[in-house]
Design a protein around this ligand. Structure first.
Ligand SMILES: [Ca+2]
Length: 245
């Protein structure tokens, strides 16, 4: 991709004490020439707040950080204004670590975020095929014909509508918790560390995407759309060992 010119205006606010840290960062970007081949342009703006408690005094059991980001990214293209593919209005992350003893530690990561925009199918339509071989024998080879299977039945495709339907729907909210237990037999200064981690222990079915496919509909003369959640991480336990040398 070619280099994208943009403006960034940042007013950065940061408050820090020995063990606590608060940071607020608004951002603004103007993007042009992003879409090669048309006059598309866009804008991105938002702000982030970051709070942390790290390097706390000895004996502190809970440490961690949390961040929240509000953002909006807009695209002007095809004579329309709509959200960018990766527009994410709210995003929250929290990492917390609980130290039971210098040897035992339990940590969790929590992420909650708005779903990305998506272009939802409007229905089904008859598939169009290029008639380069002039299969209908009318002498025209640069036309589109209704798709037909070998038995002469119409072939259907998912109808995503016109540019007016671009990114008008949203994926469901994303949420995931990961947990990890760590054992250091000789404490923080020791060489060995063993950990057990479960990614998505709640086994929440997030949807990174919806894959529409056509299914037979006995009540209709045309197929119906079935959308399946895709790109979701299932509950995933792992164990690991680390050695410093
Ligand atoms: Ca033809």
């Amino acid at each position: 991709m070619q280099e994208v010119p943009y403006d960034v205006r940042v007013l950065h606010v940061e408050i820090a004490t020995a063990h606590r840290h608060v940071m607020a960062t608004p951002h603004y970007k103007r993007v042009s020439n992003l879409l090669i081949g048309n006059d598309g342009r866009g804008r991105a703006y938002g702000f982030g707040v970051f709070v942390s408690r790290t390097g706390a005094p000895a004996g502190t059991r809970v440490t961690g950080w949390a961040s929240y980001t509000w953002g909006k990214t807009i695209r002007d293209a095809y004579g329309r204004r709509y959200d960018f593919d990766y527009d994410r209005r709210h995003a929250f992350t929290m990492v917390a670590t609980y130290c039971f003893t210098p040897r035992w530690e339990l940590a969790s990561t929590t992420r909650v975020a708005s779903g990305f925009p998506r272009t939802a199918p409007l229905g089904v339509r008859v598939a169009a095929v290029d008639d380069t071989l002039d299969s209908d024998g009318d002498g025209v080879t640069d036309e589109l014909l209704p798709g037909q299977d070998a038995a002469g039945r119409l072939v259907y495709a998912v109808d995503f509508g016109s540019a007016g339907n671009l990114n008008q729907a949203r994926l469901p909210e994303f949420a995931r918790v990961d947990v990890r237990a760590t054992w250091r037999p000789r404490g923080a200064a020791g060489r060995w560390e063993f950990h057990a981690e479960i990614i998505n222990p709640l086994n929440r079915k997030n949807a990174g995407a919806f894959e529409p496919r056509l299914a037979f509909d006995p009540a209709s003369d045309r197929p119906r759309i079935v959308e399946e959640r895709d790109q979701s991480i299932p509950r995933l336990p792992t164990i690991g060992v680390r050695s410093r040398f």
